[in-house]
Write a protein that binds this ligand. Structure first.
Ligand SMILES: *Cc1c(COP(=O)(O)O)cnc(C)c1O
Length: 437
């Protein structure tokens, strides 16, 4: 399988290179040259495949020639080492819980997969690499955990001082070993610009091999296709008279775009709902085809505070004209007030606790069914992307005691935070890199 740059279809590389470079040299996103097809027969018998075989069928065509079948199976088993429960919330409305991984967000799946692929490529050609990540919260923990103790890999996580939740900070700063956390006196954009400057610094690149693990990397993006197959397998199985609609809480639109890929591969999905917070660049675009990002605004669903979603290029490659895209996807945006209100209502009526991101996805589904009406053959699924405990500080006070900390996190709560503090000045960061790496 070849991956080409969306800025120049002549530039093609295989999975391994697309993974290690992240972006093409012309800064284009990588995209698979052909979209592999899953047979109707396979779809009709999907319930007979276990999670690992199903994932193998979906992913293998993308990595042929670069990872052996046997090793890919091992990577899949290790990546999907936790459950993906589906919870009924109301009649024909389900939450697909993607937050039972080590750092309690769906980003664990892509991060664990990517780290294991890098580890595989290191086996024959060991060389020291440094993974640099700027995070506003969820990404850093997932990436750090994915690469934890991977030989020859050092991970540096930059996070904005006082802007991540206390639990997220613990997840970044207590791992140790090959993972170092850097608290930057600035905001997320400052962290990101330090990382960008390092990638552009040729003098630095001569001394250190840097890799980025951000969400546009194909090895983080593609494994997410599996969520849609999991929900389809459990809720539709062989029942071809049922239809399925997905609502995806979206920021950079990687997750949603992975879902659209599964449609193109042949998974029968009726419709997608892109649910955003007030950072509504895509919902506005879907109205009139005009793409006009404005500065991002802080919300309680902060993993989606993105004004200029980096995966939109991929989405538009699949459906270049917005009127065409409208047939497959509807986009809605919701305020913090609506988010909290829906968390409270669902809790009161059903006893189910949503996190702010999942709540936005739930709202999207509700709005879609209210507007379009629904027939009894349609099932709605929203992706619950994070555990509510990660965002407990965003909840109204009276709610906080209802949210239990999962047992798996308890040992971490007792550890000491270790991090370096630096200013947002690039020369300080560069000195840090040259001294410590
Ligand atoms: C990153 C994140 C999102 C947004 O996912 P994208 O693929 O960037 O659209 C949604 N929810 C949570 C909890 C996240 O961490």
């Amino acid at each position: 399988m070849w991956f080409f740059s969306l800025k120049n279809s002549q530039y093609r590389v295989e999975f391994k290179e697309a993974l290690s470079t992240g972006l093409a040299p012309d800064k284009g996103l990588f995209f698979p040259e052909k979209i592999p097809q899953i047979s109707k027969n396979f779809i009709n018998q999907i319930s007979e495949h276990n999670l690992y075989d199903l994932t193998f069928e979906v992913i293998y065509p993308y990595v042929t020639n670069t990872i052996t079948k046997e090793y890919l199976k091992k990577i899949i088993r290790e990546t999907l080492s936790f459950p993906f429960p589906i919870q009924a919330i109301k009649k024909d409305i389900y939450a697909l819980e993607l937050f039972h991984g080590p750092t309690l967000s769906f980003k664990d799946i892509g991060a664990q997969f990517m780290a294991r692929c890098i580890n595989y490529f290191q086996i024959d050609h060991p060389s020291k690499i440094t993974v640099l990540v700027a995070t506003s919260g969820d990404t850093g923990g997932a990436v750090a955990n994915g690469f934890y103790k991977v030989p020859n890999v050092k991970v540096l996580i930059l996070y904005p001082s006082k802007k991540v939740s206390p639990l997220q900070e613990l997840q970044l700063t207590t791992l140790g070993e090959n993972v170092s956390a850097i608290e930057v006196e600035g905001d997320f954009d400052d962290c990101q610009s330090l990382v960008k400057s390092a990638f552009l610094d040729e003098q630095l690149q001569k001394k250190i091999t840097l890799t980025s693990a951000n969400s546009i990397n194909i090895a983080r993006w593609l494994p997410q296709m599996i969520y849609y197959f999991i929900a389809y397998r459990s809720l539709i199985g062989g029942k071809s008279n049922k239809k399925i609609v997905f609502s995806v809480p979206s920021g950079n639109f990687g997750n949603l775009c992975a879902g659209m890929m599964t449609s193109k591969m042949g998974l029968p999905i009726e419709h997608f709902i892109a649910s955003t917070n007030i950072n509504d660049t895509v919902p506005r675009f879907m109205q009139n085809g005009i793409y006009s990002p404005i500065e991002s605004k802080a919300t309680i669903s902060n993993a989606m505070d993105v004004a200029d979603p980096s995966n939109l290029g991929r989405l538009l490659h699949l459906h270049p004209y917005y009127k065409d895209l409208q047939k497959y996807m509807t986009a809605y945006s919701f305020s913090d007030y609506q988010t909290i209100d829906s968390i409270q209502k669902i809790w009161k009526n059903t006893g189910y606790m949503l996190d702010p991101h999942g709540a936005i996805a739930y709202l999207g589904l509700e709005q879609y069914f209210n507007k379009k009406g629904r027939d009894s053959s349609t099932i709605g699924v929203f992706l619950a992307t994070a555990h509510p405990v990660k965002f407990v500080n965003k909840f109204p006070q009276k709610f906080r005691s209802q949210i239990c900390i999962p047992d798996t996190l308890k040992p971490m709560m007792k550890k000491n935070k270790k991090r370096s503090r630096i200013s947002k000045d690039y020369s300080t960061f560069k000195r840090y890199l040259l001294d410590k790496i």
